[in-house]
Write a protein that binds this ligand. Sequence first.
Ligand SMILES: [Zn+2]
Length: 408
Amino acid sequence: MRQVVMLLLALAFNNNTFSQTFLPASVRGHIEFLASDELEGRGTASLGEIRAANYIAGVFKNLSLKPAGNEGSFFQPFEVSFSIEGNAHKLTARNVVGFLDNGAKKTIVVGAHYDHLGKGFQGSSLSPNSKNQIHNGADDNASGTAGLLELAKYFAGNNMIEKHNFLFVAFSGEELGMIGSKYFTERPSIPLNSVSCMINMDMIGRLDPDKGVIVSGWGTSSAWGRLIPDLAKKEKLKYTVDSSGVGASDHTSFYLKDIPVLQFFTGTHVDYHKVSDDIEKINFEGESQILSLIAGLLREMDNQTTDPDFLTAGNPHTGSTTTDFKVTLGVMPDYSYTGKGLKIDGVSKARPADKAGILAGDIIKKLAGKEIGTIYDYMEILGQHEKGEQVEAEVLRGTETKTVKVTF
Ligand SMILES: [Zn+2]
């Protein structure tokens, strides 16, 4: 029965002037399940999250991807802690990881988070009286997850052996502060130095053709500016760019490991983080068009003789302007931290912060004599310095304030 349906769809689309690689109906099928009330909003570490993870693993298995989670499974469990009714609890969440092993040295990582706000108990809902209400998250991020599954199908089913492997990762814990992707980059299924780039999709379901798609991470490699304009023209897809590799989604975790990243996003809307982010408002045709662009880009990437170069780039709060900076501290910020200063979640070995004796758990209050309110202040300060310069950092460790010298 399934075969017959597929054939009819193929015939229907052959009547169009161009053949469509990604079928809006397939995209819809995934979103219909992932954003259904049955999954109760896919809250991190909830039963709905597990059911979504099972669905994703089922698709990976049907495509004969190799399980690249723990103990020969598709699942990579990790611990999350959050407060429920005022009490802190530790729970287990999971990333879902499938590997298309082409026997290549280098791997392209394609990712999307599949968790959402559940029934509103984990915070960050923007709906009034959100408690005990299902947040389906059709755009955020059933749409990106559907994209991940469709791209996996495309590359696993195209009867080609590409020059790269592809690792498809569905992250959980994103809504709680990119916990899944941070965990993954600390304990990756494959060595991070074999990752050529990371492509992320977070909210790609509401394309407005006049506004186009927002492509972030543009400044993290010179490859993007070389390849994307022609591909977008071919797809008749408008786009705007944001230089920064640091943003509100999982590509950030990879960028902070010096990996070139790209993030696709169709923009925020009135239903963002509300119970009304439902399937009725998804533009399936638009999403298919975006997937065509991404698939085209991945094919181009695969054909390049050299891997994309990595550039530090950023000024995350100024849209499409670029203020590239030449230095970093080599730290992983804790995005779930809401207090003043920059809380450090991890420190890269032999980078400036490590050399200065800054530890995970520290909060940087001041850098180069300037107060750090948010991560954006930190980025701005970085933009004002050159390699080799020495500055002072004021660090809060527990209750103790320390001043250390940092050499960029
Ligand atoms: Zn999201």
